[in-house]
Design a protein around this ligand. Structure first.
Ligand SMILES: [Zn+2]
Length: 421
């Protein structure tokens, strides 16, 4: 399949035609080539797809289910009890709905950690996005429970391999140091090396996590993980709010990737913010994520860019920190780089993960500086067409079966709540 994006305006204002063949951008030039599908991009802007590197997609069905609560109360009284009732069906329809929202708001790559991930895998395969998927692992320091999760993790890795879908990257998903034992973390780390897969993990999200770790092990979570040989270039650490300079040095030495989730951190009031200047100083690769739609409450990466940038500027009292271009790269190119993928950029030879925006959308006018408009003004409503892996997932605002995907999601969560009171 070939696609020609005709009369495209690139981010820097350059007008070109983009020729896509299979899943790659083959040519960017003035030449008008013939193609199976030609999209007229007059008055359109083309940007690389955005990347949401930390989410729990199916939790979109819990959007608005419980808000304005203390973190522990929110988890223990509302989220965990209903999640305990979740099943494959819920995760399948929830993940489809989450993919729909990500497509509609210009995300082409996401990283998910959740339960019943075989169902999520099926959903992502059908929806066409690129994703790193991890079966969540919690053993709560119980050996029998650990055995069950080891089995689930292995089964999921095998399932991804069996499906053989190039867009989907398998990962392991140990939840956090306060829910996963040392033995399990060591087992996961060895398995990741053996199977050559990534690890998706929550690290130092709250001050409590750090304090409890220091009390239990006499060291910070990062130091504890370094000492059990858990840290490596395979690890994607979400949140990473409470880090000392020594922790950041350890993350840097082991080439760990960090995923900042500013909206979720603000909504759940974790009490601090990622120390981006320190991570940058030690050359730690930072990416961006929304976390789940129950703590955000959407999966719109345009909004996440703005929140990230503003929170950093505010927290460090420094308006020149994070120029818009740097924030945009953190939300796009960095994630592809972190996964060793040639994507997140509009270049010949790169993966055809492309988002077409309406240049006449009010959020993008006037265009003194497009990148500034994208980061500080726009939201997902500026997105018109989305191409992922060389396939059109949304054209002129329309995604195939959109109404059905929405209704199926609503029906699934309604049914679950009715059945469980
Ligand atoms: Zn999370």
């Amino acid at each position: 399949m070939s696609i020609l994006l005709k009369n495209v305006t690139l981010e820097k204002g350059r007008e070109v035609n983009i020729y896509i063949e299979d899943n790659l951008i083959l040519e960017i030039s003035k030449e008008v080539k013939d193609a199976d599908k030609i999209l007229d991009c007059n008055n359109k802007i083309v940007i690389p797809g955005l990347a949401n590197m930390h989410t729990h997609a199916a939790m979109i069905l819990l959007r608005g289910y419980a808000d304005d609560m203390l973190l522990q109360e929110w988890l223990e009284k509302k989220i965990w009890p209903i999640e305990a009732k979740f099943n494959e069906e819920i995760v399948y329809y929830g993940t489809k709905l989450a993919c729909l929202e990500m497509i509609k708001t210009g995300t082409t790559l996401f990283s998910d950690m959740y339960l019943y991930m075989k169902a999520a895998l099926k959903a992502v395969k059908e929806m066409g996005l690129r994703a790193m998927l991890a079966e969540a692992y919690f053993d709560f320091f119980d050996e029998e429970v650990a055995e069950q999760y080891k089995k689930k993790s292995l089964e999921f890795l095998n399932e991804v391999k069996r499906e053989g879908c190039e867009r989907i990257i398998a990962a392991l998903g140990p939840h956090a140091i306060y829910t996963v034992s040392k033995d399990s973390l060591e087992w996961i780390s060895e398995l990741a090396n053996e199977k050559d897969v990534r690890i998706h993990f929550h690290l130092s999200e709250t001050e409590k996590e750090n304090k409890d770790c220091i009390k239990k092990y006499g060291k910070s979570p990062t130091k504890y993980l370094a000492e059990i040989n858990f840290l490596s270039n395979r690890v994607f650490a979400a949140h990473a709010v409470y880090l000392s300079e020594r922790d950041v040095r350890l993350l840097s030495n082991h080439n760990v990737k960090v995923v900042s989730c500013p909206t979720s951190n603000m909504k759940l009031c974790v009490g601090s913010a990622l120390n981006y200047p320190l991570l940058k100083k030690h050359k730690v690769l930072v990416t961006l994520g929304t976390d789940s739609a129950s703590s955000n409450n959407n999966l719109d990466m345009f909004e996440e860019m703005k929140f990230f940038s503003l929170l950093q500027k505010f927290y460090h009292a420094n308006p020149v920190l994070l120029p818009a271009k740097e924030t945009f790269e953190i939300a796009s190119t960095n994630a592809y780089k972190a996964l060793g993928l040639n994507g997140g950029k509009i270049e010949e030879g790169a993966l055809a993960d492309i988002v077409v925006l309406n240049a006449k959308n009010h959020y993008l006018l006037p265009t003194h500086n497009l990148i500034s408009n994208l980061v500080y003004s726009a939201n997902g409503s500026v997105v018109e067409t989305v191409i992922c892996d060389g396939k059109i997932l949304m054209e002129c605002g329309k995604v195939k079966d959109e109404d059905k995907i929405k209704q199926d999601g609503i029906n699934a969560i309604k049914k679950l709540i009715q059945e469980n009171g």
